[in-house]
Design a protein around this ligand. Sequence first.
Ligand SMILES: Cc1cc2nc3c(=O)[nH]c(=O)nc-3n(C[C@H](O)[C@H](O)[C@H](O)COP(=O)(O)OP(=O)(O)OC[C@H]3O[C@@H](n4cnc5c(N)ncnc54)[C@H](O)[C@@H]3O)c2cc1C
Length: 504
Amino acid sequence: MEDVVIAGAGPNGLMLACELALAGVRPLVLERLSEPTTENRANGLVGQVVRLLDRRGLHERLAGPLGPPVPAFVFGAMRLDLTLTDPNPLTILGVPQRRVEAMLNERAAELGVEVRRGHELTGLSQDADAVTLDVTGPDGPSRITARYLVGADGGRSVTRKLAGIGFPGVTEDRTLSYTANATVPAEFTDPASGGLRVPGHGVIPPFFHYRTETGLFVYAPFPAGTLVTTMEWTDEEETGDEPPMTLDEQRASIRRVLGFDLPLGPPEGDGPHLLRRLRGRNTRLADRFREGRVLLVGDAAHVHSAIGGPGLNLGLQDAAGLGWKLAATVRGWAPAGLLDTYESERRPVAERVVMQTQAQSALVSPGSDVTALRELFGELLRLPSTVQHIADLMSGADVRYEPATDHPLDGRWAPDLVLADGTRLAELTTTARPLLLDFTGSLGDELRGWTDRVDLVTGSAKGDVTALLLRPDGYVAWASSAVEPDRKALRTALERWFGTPVDM
Ligand SMILES: Cc1cc2nc3c(=O)[nH]c(=O)nc-3n(C[C@H](O)[C@H](O)[C@H](O)COP(=O)(O)OP(=O)(O)OC[C@H]3O[C@@H](n4cnc5c(N)ncnc54)[C@H](O)[C@@H]3O)c2cc1C
């Protein structure tokens, strides 16, 4: 019997596989496609997820060392001046999803994870001891039993449907978005800002979501090729037999949105080049993330507009949140109820993403009442506290899991501590082991009974934290700023998250 089967080798399934493997459980990954997809969706990662990748040594593989937060971003096609924030929580990693998936595939292979391509989950049943999966592969149908199944099989998740988990929400079909790789004549580009000079609109900044009364326009000059995107609202019914999208269609849409005929040229290089027409938007949230021995991560659990790029911030952190708890359950040391905290922690985070993407979608929609709302919102965005609130929401820096003490770090993403010898916290967390950072040098004894599960780090670091217990997903399980930390509270936290101590 397999310990854990993951259905889906998209970014979130692969990340979960890596997290489980780091925690000592080697999952089997089933993937319907026989080759990695060439379709590209995300063009970048936004928010805490960038720090999560750094804490696994994965940022380095994609783009070298972690960069500083960005000075500006967009919310509902309005500029967020992040120089007004302190601290600025918004870090961005501008890499295409294809590359993230390729990197995670490589990492999973290094960790000994088997990804069985061309294998599709088609049926499941479960009892108190196991899940039985029907799988269709290149050699025909087969059956696999597993202690747990995780559905990482995307928005149309078969796992979710077979497990009988509801997916309530809304499907809206009035929006049409067009995205194309294209070239723009040099006379329209603004070398100083990297933006686009459009008669009647001035310079539209690069990567900025630019709203007009008739739609949305984005000019994104990525190093690998320029993307132009428009979004419009339509009352026309979908006929179902629309021809493939063309560059002329993109051009016509730009003409309607900007009132100007931008002479787009074909993209440079070998490709693959994107020409994508998408209709409508689904905003849905699974009514539960677990049904018995079946769990959901990523798009299988939640779908929403891609505005502001929150998808992988949510999904990859789902994977990190679930990985260690599921591994602890499989390995037998999980305290009672640990696996249930996956849903109680992550579903509210998904609810907030659904809320903020719907709010952004409302702010970019057409109409003079929306224009008035934007004017008021623009005034609010001059207030540092508003910008901080929105930046914290978009990055996920406002997430706080249920704390057990009133220490301000308890339940929060651990800060990027740097030890006196220059070691960054991120260098200590690549193995995803729970850590007790003890800057008092006196707490080592308290770990007796947990040393098989929790590693001790001593030394010192700037700031007022004297000790910190870190969960593998990067969140603080307990912290102290006292010269003599409360040992009883530390032991309570150790038991709450890492189970009962073993006799040494
Ligand atoms: C146009 C667009 C732009 C986006 N831009 C961004 C962005 O800039 N930033 C960002 O963070 N997010 C973005 N997103 C969201 C992001 O792409 C998704 O959140 C992400 O792909 C979800 O990953 P996943 O692993 O959960 O699911 P998927 O990527 O959907 O992967 C699911 C996998 O499961 C496989 N599968 C399906 N059914 C089965 C089955 N029955 N058995 C076995 N395998 C199965 C599929 O073949 C697939 O490989 C964007 C999305 C879209 C559509």
